[in-house]
Design a protein around this ligand. Structure first.
Ligand SMILES: Nc1ncnc2c1ncn2[C@@H]1O[C@H](COP(=O)(O)OP(=O)(O)OP(=O)(O)O)[C@@H](O)[C@H]1O
Length: 352
């Protein structure tokens, strides 16, 4: 990673809240111009703290934050030229929509006419031209969120930080606003960090997703890669549905699991090594394999019809598997192709 490729670059950044060892630890991460990086992880894992470090609200005790090629140490938040949107929007309640959006330009000493013209322009682009004289309280949640976005972008910042910007909205509006944010972010070609606890939001919006746990980055990857090749059990269980079992490597193409010995694609783990075995639900194929490999007989203990597909529990000798299929036939046996049996190192992301 280099500062010339990245609008925001964190190098081995550590910050802990005074008197604790809670915060973020040794985080290295880059966001390119035009890239949307989502940060996800369980509550309290340090997502907002990471944002505060980039914004300049807190100072790292170790490591460097580099913004647009410049070390940000000692640069106060306002001079970092970063737009920020919080979950609560934090609009000024006594100011009109237009005044709210023009405010960052006022802070920067721009002339009145330019403030108005730029604010009107961005308000047009977020579809709020007809609401400029209203107060925030007279707007819906989605409209308030658009005002917050317009205010974060009006001064042409070099980066955008979004802290759970959609979590106060209802489900339908959340999905609509995902597209809206993505559209604006693309149009401005702006480096963006989008914090969320909603994995679907992260996977559907982001160019890359950073998974955090206990203040550390566990994996940073494109959405598809994160789902297909999770680095460990923590990522596999956090992203999508998963069958996860503890197992032990038998040899280069098989593994012992609670379901018995399963064939795998050739892998590099050593015989006898404890391992985590991952099978995604959609990889359970209905019926026996023609060659009998990884075929399991058992019974369906739960079956949920979900329109174009069904999600089912299949019990094999006391072990439950979760499956998903568009096949609506009766299920007496399933099989798993060897390449769908994934082996992950047996740690939860706490070990580096
Ligand atoms: N000012 C503070 N002083 C001490 N500890 C804090 C402070 N702010 C946050 N923390 C702690 O730091 C940890 C990380 O908090 P942070 O807000 O970054 O998490 P998060 O991943 O954004 O969580 P959430 O999804 O719940 O917002 C948490 O354990 C939190 O309790």
């Amino acid at each position: 990673m280099s500062a010339s490729d990245h609008t925001i670059l964190l190098e081995n950044v550590t910050f802990t809240y005074p008197g604790t060892d809670i915060g973020v630890h040794d985080v290295s991460l880059g966001i390119r111009a035009g890239e949307l990086l989502a940060v996800i992880g369980p509550s309290g894992c340090g997502k907002s703290t990471l944002l505060k470090i980039i914004a300049g609200f807190v100072q790292p005790s170790r490591g460097r934050v580099i913004i647009a090629g410049k070390d940000a140490a000692g640069i106060p938040p306002r001079e970092r030229n970063i737009g920020i949107v919080f979950q609560s929007y934090s609009l000024f309640p006594h100011m009109t929509v237009l005044e709210n959006v023009a405010y960052p330009l006022k802070l920067r000493g721009r002339p009145v006419a330019e403030r108005r013209a730029n604010a009107l322009d961005i308000l047009g682009r977020v579809g709020l031209k007809d609401h400029i004289d209203k107060l925030p309280a007279q707007l819906s949640g989605g409209q308030q969120q658009r005002v917050a976005l317009a205010r974060a972008l009006v001064f042409d910042p070099q980066a955008l930080l979004l802290d759970e910007p959609l979590s106060a909205l209802d489900a339908a509006l959340r999905v609509e606003m995902r597209d809206e944010i993505r559209r604006l972010q693309r149009a401005h070609h702006i480096a963006t960090m989008h914090i969320t606890h909603d994995q679907e939001e992260a996977l559907s919006m982001a160019d890359r997703v950073a998974v955090m746990r206990d203040g550390r980055l566990v994996q940073v990857d494109a959405p598809k890669a994160l789902y297909a090749q999770p680095a460990n059990r923590a990522v596999a269980s956090f992203i999508g549905h998963a069958n996860l079992w503890r197992g032990r490597v038998v040899d280069g193409t098989s593994v012992e699991t609670p379901l018995g010995i399963l064939k795998t694609a050739p892998h590099g783990f050593a015989a006898g090594e404890p391992i985590v075995v991952l099978v995604r639900p959609e990889k359970l194929a209905i019926g026996s394999a023609a060659d009998g490999v990884n075929t399991l007989t058992g019974k369906v203990t739960r079956d949920r019809f979900l329109g174009s597909f069904r999600r089912f529990d299949f019990e094999v000798g006391g072990t439950k598997l979760l499956g998903e299929t568009g096949n609506m036939a009766e299920i007496r046996s399933i099989h798993i192709l060897p390449e769908a049996v994934q082996l992950l190192a047996d740690h939860d992301g706490k070990r580096p």
